[in-house]
Design a binder for this molecule. Sequence first.
Ligand code: FES
Ligand code: FES
Length: 154
Amino acid sequence: MAITMKVNGKTVSVKAEPDTPLLWVIRDEIGLTGTKFGCGMALCGACTVQLDGTPIRSCQTPVSAVAGKSVTTVESLSPNNSHPLQKAWIAHDVPQCGYCQSGQLMSAAALLAKNKNPSDADIDAAMSGNICRCGTYPRIRAAIKSAAAEMRKA
Ligand code: FES
Ligand code: FES
């Protein structure tokens, strides 16, 4: 079955079985490997992308569910780490093993698109579906606040 969607602003058409997880289409068919496979059960958030601006778990989203919609992956932030979130992530040394980080960034980007000045509680609520085995949660919180301040200045 041919499925057409937008990925990072570009229209893409792929051939896939309707129940193929979006994650595999993003990685194997489209070639964007920033999005990671962790648990495959919608539990860890490593595979988080945005669907029409809302964070979703691409490991448990059938590709047929995104036909005609807009998918955004971590590659959309910037190619050179110039997005305020990427800069804040680097400044706060957020990534440790790094495996969860693209999912963390996509949840954080969705939060800041809706809330320019999130509180600790807002951040904890928005990020609660993204697990980090390396325990980078305090750094993530600090980096989100830095990025939010930077974005408010722009
Ligand atoms: S790989 Fe999708 S939630 Fe863990
Ligand atoms: S940085 Fe290692 S799992 Fe989050």
